[in-house]
Design a protein around this ligand. Structure first.
Ligand code: NOJ
Length: 562
């Protein structure tokens, strides 16, 4: 057995803390969760009607991806009005009904705040376009004159995360070609200028609008991009890093700027001024985690997503390192670590783990022309991975559909693809639509499997989704849904989310990883051969049909009380 290299971290139990320290938070992607009006787009009344299924799953909270007014150029992450619901999803009254129902069921509700950019249809941007260069309206965004003799070149070398340049040139009110505006994402998503105090005030108003309505907090989109280095200098190593950054190198001028911290501190004060334990989770893609720890100091974010863990690609050494780094970093500032395996931006882990190991990242989707994942291996490993994650102390995030073992839609034809990444790269990157397909609820109901009753869908479901419908799994021993329910129930009963962490040195190798949380041992077998079961009583195992004394099977995780 090849041993793994590195220190073995220890984490102390912390019992009785706020809910967000140990809760399980389920991501609802409203477009694809449930569609009450049958138009093919999920909606708030659909969510309300299905919330009981999440309460029975055993999660503590939900996070809703954006449902605000939006032209939907980036599936709602292009917000045209932060204080209203898009008619596609319902009304503010529908939101209130959904929130009340969630609270009645004991579920907290986090909503998505998108502060780095607005939609180009936002009134702030329309006003900016109508106003002259140098005006107060333009100062909401990053407008700059172009380079070159006639301003025909973009102001710097930044690239968009979705491909192509991060700058678009505007036509001025008099019809002449004019300034350029910055967009780290699609051209329909102009970046806000967070150095402008007026922008800061606007967002404090938005926070209060939703906190007054009773939300339990926010998931904050791209907070690491909000502040830009003064003067917007070139990205020093754009050829190597593209739109991104390379861990260990200096910060590019659009990522991780210091100026974000006072903003988060003000937000934290606002949240803390409300009753109940309101919380913010930052979608902060900040590495190394020792640097990210600065973002979760006690007066900033309550927590941030742990993409280091997700991106470990389920490689033993990488996973081992990611867990050591996580507890080390977050414990140093008294914040909980979070854990996550899937979301609406990455290939679903039931597919990612089906032999797609060679891919450099979990993002960018799988298309019909790519090597296809092995569904059985993927699901078997994903079930093990989820159980490995849910045994860890801290807060865990689940993405809708993973409790059904849903695979990615990997054969979605180009004509259906809506992610701007697909168009902006001429199809070279197929994008994220494959993990965003409507959920199958009932195998017998219409073409859309109970997502609605009309069969309409903003993205088509693959035929195989029928096999994964919730009604096929409910109450069925060994189903992925029942595995999730059992894991969440035991996690709660034994307070695993508030528990401790120590590696089991005899299970720290390329073949198996194991740790202890209180009196529970969690062991995952990465190899092809079974491993002898340690003494103790088996609480749960990830392979359906495995007997209580069977050895730990290939890609299986077991929870043992010992
Ligand atoms: C991160 C969101 O999760 C993703 O879906 C979106 O495209 C970008 N931020 C831009 O808002």
């Amino acid at each position: 057995m090849t041993s793994l290299v590195g220190n073995m971290v220890h984490h102390d139990a912390r019992v009785g803390g706020e809910w967000w320290r140990s809760g399980t938070i389920y991501q609802i992607y409203p477009r694809s969760f449930a569609d009450a009006n049958g138009d093919g787009m999920g909606d708030l009344p659909g969510i309300t009607a299905r919330l009981n299924s999440l309460a029975s799953l055993g999660v503590d909270a939900v996070w809703l991806s954006p449902f605000y007014r939006s032209p939907q150029k980036d599936a709602g992450y292009d917000v045209a009005d932060y204080c209203d619901v898009d008619p596609l999803f319902g009304t503010l009254a529908d939101f209130d009904t959904m929130l009340a129902r969630a609270h009645e069921l004991g579920l907290k509700v986090l909503i998505d705040l998108v502060p780095n950019h607005t939609s180009s249809e936002h009134v702030w941007f329309k006003d900016a376009l109508a106003a002259a260069p140098g005006s107060a309206e333009r100062a909401y965004y990053h407008f700059k004159d172009g380079l070159g003799e006639h301003g025909e070149l973009p102001p710097n070398n930044w690239k968009s995360m979705f491909g192509g340049p991060a700058w678009t040139r505007v036509t001025e009110a008099d019809g002449s070609l004019g300034q350029w505006y910055c967009h780290l994402f699609d051209s329909s998503q102009p970046d806000l200028n967070w150095a402008n105090p007026v922008v800061q005030d606007e967002f404090e108003r938005i926070l209060r609008f939703w906190l007054d309505r009773g939300v339990d907090g926010f998931r904050v989109d791209q907070p690491h991009a909000m502040a830009k280095a003064a003067g917007l200098p070139d990205h020093p190593y754009v050829d190597e890093a593209g739109a991104g950054f390379i861990e260990g190198r200096e910060n590019p001028p659009m990522w991780f700027q210091e100026e974000v911290h006072p903003i988060f501190r003000r937000w934290r004060k606002i949240l803390d001024s409300y009753p109940g334990n309101r919380a913010m989770c930052g979608e902060a893609y900040v590495l190394p985690l020792s640097f990210m720890a600065l973002w979760v100091r006690s007066d900033e974010f309550h927590q941030t997503f742990n993409f280091r863990f997700l991106d470990s690609m389920w490689e033993p050494q990488n996973l081992f390192d990611s867990i050591n780094e996580s507890f080390d970093a977050f414990d140093s500032v008294g914040a909980p670590s979070t854990w996550v395996l899937s979301n609406h931006d990455v290939i679903r882990h039931a597919s990612r783990m089906g032999g797609l190991k060679g891919r450099p990242t979990a993002s960018d989707g799988v298309g019909p022309n790519d090597p296809q994942p092995d569904r059985e291996l993927g699901l078997r490993t994903a079930r093990g991975a989820t159980m490995f994650m849910l045994g860890l102390a801290g807060a865990s995030y689940l993405y809708q559909g993973e409790e059904l073992g849903l695979p990615e839609h990997t054969t979605l034809a180009g004509e259906f693809r809506q992610d701007p990444t697909f168009a902006r790269t001429g199809g070279a990157r197929v994008g994220r639509d494959g993990c965003r397909v409507p959920l199958p609820w009932e195998a017998g109901v219409g073409a859309a499997n109970g997502f609605n009753t009309t069969g309409a869908g903003w993205l088509p479901q693959p035929e195989i989704y029928r096999e994964y419908s919730r009604d096929q799994q409910e109450g069925v021993a060994g189903s992925t849904l029942e595995l999730y329910k059992s894991a969440l129930r035991i996690r709660k009963e034994l307070k695993l989310g508030e528990g401790s962490f120590d590696w089991l040195p005899e299970f720290v190798s390329e073949r198996a990883l194991g740790y202890r949380n209180g009196d529970v041992l969690v062991i995952h077998n990465f190899g092809a051969d079974a491993i002898a079961l340690p003494a103790g009583s088996v609480l749960l195992r990830s392979v359906a049909g495995a007997g209580p004394t069977d050895p730990i099977g290939s890609h299986e995780t077991v929870w043992i009380q010992a």
